[in-house]
Design a protein around this ligand. Structure first.
Ligand SMILES: [Zn+2]
Length: 131
């Protein structure tokens, strides 16, 4: 499945639809200064500073579903490793800037993913109210 790596993948759309159904309002493909405006956050809740990434099983090397292409194996390993390094860097930058980061695999069911996100948002709001 050396497909496209476009935004708006099926799993991401299903998750956004589920969030919307629950009345959660987000921004999609948000570029942030802290990321140098180079990479965008798949789904962002800016006021709660919660950033969601829906990582594709192939491109981000999911341990459960990764099937390495046999042709150009070395090239692919390097490519996927670069993506993972970039993911770690993106997460680190966001954490440093006070964001909470949730990384999901595209194989995670939308409703379970939405549960996690909803719980996290509720926590962020509770922290703000206490402060
Ligand atoms: Zn997977």
């Amino acid at each position: 499945m050396v497909g496209n790596r476009s935004k708006d993948t099926g799993p991401e759309i299903r998750l956004r639809r589920e969030l919307h159904r629950r009345g959660l309002r987000y921004r999609k493909h948000t570029k942030l200064e802290v990321l140098g405006n180079r990479w965008s956050v798949d789904i962002a809740f800016p006021s709660q500073k919660v950033a969601i990434f829906v990582d594709g099983c192939f491109w981000h090397g999911c341990p459960e579903h990764m099937t390495w292409p046999k042709a150009n194996a070395e090239w692919w390993h390097e490519k996927i490793e670069r993506t993972r390094a970039r993911d770690r860097d993106t997460t680190a930058r966001l954490l440093t800037a006070g964001w909470h980061v949730i990384r999901l695999w595209e194989h995670e069911p939308a409703d379970a993913a939405a549960d996690r996100i909803e719980a996290r948002l509720a926590e962020s709001i509770a922290v703000r109210v206490r402060a």
